[in-house]
Design a protein. Structure first.
Length: 91
């Protein structure tokens, strides 16, 4: 059986990026990890980028400035580590 840390390492995403997917899709972290890995390995980086952008907008609308700040950092890291499919700057 694989540990959480082993799955995380294989996902090619950070814990924060996976948390953003889980939040957006309303799913368990392990399921979000599998979805994220699938998207990263099947040209879905734009979808992950959009998920994080949607989460930023949700946090902004809710007035949750701390969550918005965290998600902006997550997006910046994602764009830096997946540059081939990240076509625009942070929202």
């Amino acid at each position: 059986m694989l540990t959480y840390e082993e799955c995380l390492a294989m996902s090619e995403l950070t814990e924060e990026e996976i948390a953003a997917i889980a939040e957006h899709e309303h799913m368990d972290t392990m399921i979000a990890m599998a979805l994220g890995h699938y998207l990263v390995t099947h040209d879905g980086e734009q979808k992950i980028r959009q998920i994080i952008l949607d989460d930023i907008n949700d946090a902004r609308r809710a007035g949750n400035h701390e969550r918005e700040r965290v998600l902006r950092a997550v997006l910046q890291h994602f764009i830096a580590t997946h540059p081939a499919h990240s076509h625009s700057a942070v929202a």
